[in-house]
Every structure is written in C-alpha cells, then in structure tokens.
Design a protein around this ligand. Sequence first.
Ligand code: ARG
Length: 576
Amino acid sequence: MLSAGGSIPPVTDALLVDPLCSYEKVGLIVNLESLLHDRLAPALAAVAGHPVDPVVRASPHADFQSGAPLALARELGRAPREIAAEVAGKADLTGVAEIAVSGPGFLNLTVSDSLLTGALRAVAADDRLGVPVTAAPERIVVDYSGPNAAKEMHVGHLRSTIIGDALARMLDWLGHDVIRMNHLGDWGTQFGMLVEHLVDLGGAADHSIRDLTAFYQDARVKFDADEDFRTRARLRVVALQSGDPLSRQLWRRLVAQSEVYFLDVYARLGITLTAADFAGESRYQDDLPVLVDDLLAQGLLTESDGALCAFPAGFTGRDGEPLPLIVRKADGGFGYAATDLAAVRHRVATLGANRLLYVVGAPQRTHFAMVFAVARAAGWLPDPVTAEHLGFGSVLGADGKMLRTRAGDTIKLAELIDEAVGRATAPAIGIGAIKYADLSGDRRGDYVFDWDRMLASTGNTGPYLQYAYARVRSLFRKAAHGPGPISVTEPAERALALALLGFEPAVTAAAALGEPHRLAVYLHDLASVFSGFYEKCPVLRSAPEVRASRLGLADLTARTLHTGLFLLGIEAPEQI
Ligand code: ARG
C-alpha cells in the first residue's frame, strides 16, 4: 500500500520477491464469479433435479452472465427462458442488484454497488490482492530454457526461457514448491569434435571459445573437410565417455564457458534461472546403463537394427508402422530420449516432484509423449504424478519464415538484446517488449518478430503496460493526498472495479493451464479500462471523499499491474 503521503516504496531485488506482495500472507477469495456460482447452484439444482454448473462468466451485457438455463432446456424439455425465470425466482440474490432473463435464455446478473465496494476493499487490504496461497501445494519441476552448450541460444530457447520463467514465477507465487531445471545440452558426440578442436587450438586459450558460434562452426568445417580430424574426433568421444581426465577437463571448460554466457543472457533478461539450476544431460549419463537394464528386465525394449528401442502403444509413423523411441543406439551410445527417461525418473524418485512441466518447442511433442508413455509403463511416472509438455510455436521473421539474420544465420541472442535496448527509450522497456511479445499470445501459435509493433507504446505491448503503470504512479507524485477507502458508484468506476476483481481468476487460470497469455491479456484489458475510467472520472479535482476513493482505485490498479508484470517477469519502472 502507498503510505498516506503517497510515497512510493522502492522496487529493489525484483527478481525473486515482489516487494509489493508478500508470500506469507494467505489471501482471501474475492472472486465474484465463484460467489455468484454459489448463489445460483442451489436454485439450478432444485430446478434440474441434479447438480448443475452455473457457468458464470463476465459479460459485456451485465456484470456477469450464466448460460446454464440454455444448456438444460433440451434435457428438461422446457423453454430456456422459462427455466431462467424459475432459477431467478428461486436463487438467493443477496448482493445482486439486478437479475434479468435475456436473449434466448441467459441470466444477466448485476451485482450491487455495496457488494462490489466490499469485495474491492478486501482486495485492497490484502497484500496478495485477493489471490490466496494454494491450499494444495505441489512440487513442480519446470524444465525450461535448455540451450545447448558451445552453441548460440536460438529464438526457440528464448521463447522457452521467457515462457518457462513466467510460469515458474506464477506457480512459485501461488505457493507451489517450484524446482527450476535447465536441461542443458552438454553431452553427445559433437563434444568429441569440439574438444578435439580445442586441443588443436592449444587447449589453454580462453579467447578461442569466446565466440561460441564461430568456435562451433570452425570445428564443424574441419570435421566435414578433414578425414584425420574426423577420426580424432571419434576417438575423443570414446575418451570423453570413458572418463579420460584431459578430455573431461576440456569438455568441462567448454560447458562452463557456455554456462557463463547463458547466465549473462538470463541476467540481462531478468530470468530467475541461476547457476544452481543447470541440470544438463551429462548429469544422467551414469544412470543410463542401469536404466536400460531395468527396461530390459521389464520387457519394454526390443532390438531393432542393433538399437534397443521402446515401442509405446499408440505411436505410429506416417506409414502406420510403430514408432521407436531409441533408448540405446546401435553403436552402444545413448541419446536424447534415454537422457530424458533418466531425467523423469530422477525428478520423481529423487526430487519427489508430483508434477513435471516441459516448456519446449512444439516439434518435440511426439518425443515427450513417447518418453512419458515409456516412463509410465516402467513405473517411473506413477499416478497421480503428471507430466506435461507445454509446447510453443515458432518465432517468424517479417517474411513469415523462421527468424534469421539478413545473411541467413541464426540470430545471436546477446545481439538481439542489445538491439532491443538500443531501440527502446530504456533497457527495461526494450527487454519488456521482447518478453511481452512472447507472452501475450497463445504460446501454441507462431508469432512474427516485429520490432516496431512490439516496441509501440500503444496496443497490446509491453511498453504500453509499462507506460500505463508509470502514468498511474505519476498521479501519486502530483497528489497531496493518498488513497482512501474505495466506494464505487459511477459506471466507469464499476467497470474498473470489475476489472480489478478479475486478477485472481486470470492468475489462477494462467498458472493452472500453463498459459501466461491469460495474465498478459488481462493486464492489457485492465490498463485500457483504467484509461477509460481516468478519462471519465476526475481524480485530483474531486471532492475529498470521492478523490480518496478514486485514488484508492488508482492505487489498486498500480499494484495489480505491478504484480501482474512481476509475475510475467517484466519490470515496471516507476517513471519512464
Ligand atoms: N536442449 C534441447 C534443445 O535444444 C532442449 C531441452 C529440453 N528439455 C528436455 N528435458 N529435453 O532442443
């Protein structure tokens, strides 16, 4: 809360704890939808003869609307309007100012000013803005970012990083025990080539791998052109996998350099991943022979062209043939799938997670579905533990193709960030624009990366929300008074009040469904409703009580925007 003088609490250390909200305090439920749900449910049950979900939704025609009478009409063989009228007559309507049958048989509900005022005051008095800490905390692994060592992060990793971080923040804030895991690609045959290239460069020189992309490309070119180097690279893989100290040491150096680079990107983006969250593929290598024995003993593996494969039921290729999940390759090596199986087992058995989330691009959908199926069959993913792949679409360039540089190369993330910061008025705005562009649409869809659109200060953009927040805050710099008790009467005040009460349902849905855009879209709507309120309702020029109430509404709007942006991982500067 703002103090009476309107002073602004400093926003510091904004990464893990939002200073405007405390994690400890258990919030109260001030969800009008669920309140009306509870009012209508008994009446509907009485009319239908069994429990019926009233499906109460916010509505442009009244405050809320229920479509339940329409759904019941066929079953009861009665006109929906007649059912609606009977439900309206039977319901306990305390706090409801108006109930009307509308259209083909909807129930339109308008809540009383006093109910709205009471709910809003309760939210304003709550540090958590009416969002309770969950009563059923889960241990949730959020697997996100997952870049590949010695390679540039691509925009797909950027999406995973941004979406995964928003989810981790939300689940965390709701009181779950969140374990962030960065499944770094730090193992595999390409490291034979990379380590061998490092040996050729004299091994010691740090500057040789400063530019990771160039380093990788140089190694690749040599590998493709030079027979002798290819042979040495293959021998190096064997040495690395059998624990040869020098090979391991050089490999470790490559990985460590990459980690430093990734951590730098995270820091610049305000991502909550830390060095402690790296849980790369290499970590599971010792578990793999045992894992294969276990699968063999359970009869879950079949030999196919020398490889050991699982054939989980229900997965077929285009030709109708069963799809293999390759657990051990013909050359005896283990691949991506085996590592992910080991990771599932570790997360459930050792870490005690009861929910696994994977924020990884849509092309890996089948991979994860198969991994989960095999893990279930093997007993590593026992009920009621759940595993879910939260896929996302691609980032496209203006040409509608995968985003690349003009020269056709992969975009370097560090350069992308530099450009965002350079184009925007402040670093927080540039970074906020990139993040919001990623978070504001349904993650399953592709989106076009367009600097002008995402940096615009109007529209559904990060800057728009950041400016909206700063504008509300500026009100308090001008005001000689602080916020007071809220009372709503005017239509524009009511609209803002209803929007403010929508925060809890928005956060809850965004976290439960793994859809941050629900929160993003909500915040954008809130900011637009606030600007409508501000146009119609004078604040500083009003009589003292009205002014105090309107400042109360403004203050709650600012807190809601701040907390919402915090949960999305977007900074909200006090002044721009
Ligand atoms: N390194 C992988 C890639 O670049 C992503 C890792 C995703 N996480 C996982 N558990 N497989 O595609």
